[in-house]
Design a protein around this ligand. Sequence first.
Ligand code: UD1
Length: 417
Amino acid sequence: MDAIHIRGGKALFGETRIQGSKNAVLPLMAAALLIEDVCMIENCPCISDVYHMQQLLNGIGCKVKCTGHVMTIDARNIEEDIMAGENVTGMRSSIMLLGAMLGRVGTITMDYPGGCVIGERPIDLHLNALRKMGVSILEKESCFTAKVRTLEGTVIRLPISSVGATENIVLAAVMAKGVTVLQNAAKEPEIVTLCEFLREAGAVIEGIGGSSLIIQGGHALHGIRFRVPSDRIVAGTYLMSVMGTGGHIFLEDAPIAQMRSMLKVAEEMGAEIDISREGISVIADADKRALSYLKTEVYPGFPTDMQSPLMAALSTARGVSVIEETIFENRFRIVDQLKKMGACIELQGNRQAVIVGVDSLLGCEVAAEELRGGAALVIAGCMALGETVVTNRHFIERGYEDICRDYQNLGADIYIG
Ligand code: UD1
């Protein structure tokens, strides 16, 4: 398969517009399933995860169409309650359809969801919460069946603030009888977007943006038109690119309010950041400062999805940086690839990485193994002297609409070949 080629070693200059958010749009597509009507989703990113979700919805009887960046979801008819195959097993977000299908038709049989190989990623929190709402679940080896006659509102306390479990519970709760109180809910911006979407469609949800959500179930939902916010992780990827290479870039439509932790880190590394209504301007020197210690955290902390892009940028920083990964237990998969390019990184267990900045990376062939790690290798390619070839680009295309176009806008010498 064609790979991404980058002739790196030069600063980035230019501007690019940030696409709609992957992690926001996927739960919205699941939410549209709850609505016996037509929804229009604007600023929808053209990425393979969205395409797979579209296939899943079409497979059960919805009519989903995408024209440019506008998606229309007609969920007036649901004909199937079985979801299987690659669209489910290849994408973690397929699990969102569990809460949505239970809310809409009260039953679903699905293969266990897949997604990036960044850790165990079990679904026990999702299943346990739904059981509390009255759902019976029969788990088999490769699939499970969930059934409920009437979803019951209840009090649920999540032991971990899981993003996906919070989204699933919200989806089920808006269709439940009575009130659901969700404690220790995740507060990620994508959850706020989901709640706002549902509220506009007629749901009653209080506490949006906080760690306790109160959902009054059973309100009739109607079709709406809704705009997906820009992707904070895509914007963060390009932010970390210019931190790696140096230069001056402008990220149009970047979701500034959601990026505080990343902007703070970039400033600590020496960037000059200028924020305006239109987006973020970043001026950076290739000679950047190391970070003595940074840990990934739930929102509003530094996102785990930005950990690999940050590591790539820090690989040529002045001094020693330490990164601790607190969310997923297997998220340092790019270390070997970065070392192949000349980086000096030592892992201490699977949760901590020590990065000793080197003068420069050297281009070579590297393989993407998952989405954000793959994007981080593109960053490393932009930083490295000579040519870098990043294979397995399908991982990157799960979340980046056209990463080459965006980097070309930023002045990089990058192409698919
Ligand atoms: C979502 C994001 C992903 C991001 C992650 C953390 C989407 C499509 N994906 O993933 O990009 O990196 O949030 O911000 O939005 N856990 C369990 N049992 C469960 C569920 C989760 O133990 O049933 C654990 C996970 O293994 C992980 C932690 O909880 O260690 C957080 O995971 P979670 O917040 O659920 O991540 P996702 O929703 O999968």
